[in-house]
Design a protein around this ligand. Sequence first.
Ligand code: CTP
Ligand code: CA
Length: 222
Amino acid sequence: LELEREDKDLLGKKILITAGPTVESIDPVRFITNHSSGKMGYALAEAASKRGAKVTLVSGPTNLTPPCHVKFISIKSTLDMYEAVMSNFRQQDIIIKSAAVADYRPKDVVDKKIKKQEGDLSITLVRNPDILLELGKIKDDRVLVGFAAETDHLIEYAKEKIIKKNLDFIVANDVTQQGAGFGTDTNIVCLIDKNNHIKKIDKATKLEIAHQILNKTKEFYQ
Ligand code: CTP
Ligand code: CA
């Protein structure tokens, strides 16, 4: 019923969604990544598209099929995602950053497979750009939504990210809870906005949560 009421309420809105993990190469056969399945971001893309939005989905490697009718941009590394997001940012009304972005990448990517040697191996990691932080500096009246997956101090850390990254709101989830976080079809989240309004959403499917996130964006666009 709620879905019927929401039908096509985002008609013509341009929404950029990032999803999945980013992957950082060490050598031609090895990489660093994280447990993101992409399910939350793909659910957002599907929900937004059904509601009439023009969706651009920038995604790291996942096992999922992108929804029909979205502009799909496949990327691997954080630097790839940074470029894809920046070159598509200007025309957007809403940006939702659900991707689990690698904060660091190996300093040197060697083009030959690293051979094992006696003793330990150290890999120096350098900081990746914080894409959401950069978007926060240039957002103007675009709606900017971040995610915070935490294992502790959920509300406190999430609130810090809203301020630091100039977000309208953040989707905070405690990844240690059953039925929440990586790989699951359900999630348990809190929507915390820049005015300190907190909305707890009980365990629900990622698609249901996607619709709630999209509902919340309406409070912030003109
Ligand atoms: N994010 C990003 N670019 C990065 C790191 C994170 O755009 N290099 C975005 C994520 O997509 C997410 C939000 O920032 O929407 C929060 O990511 P998170 O990893 O929780 O926060 P960090 O700022 O990286 O802090 P930390 O990992 O130390 O908790
Ligand atoms: Ca991080």
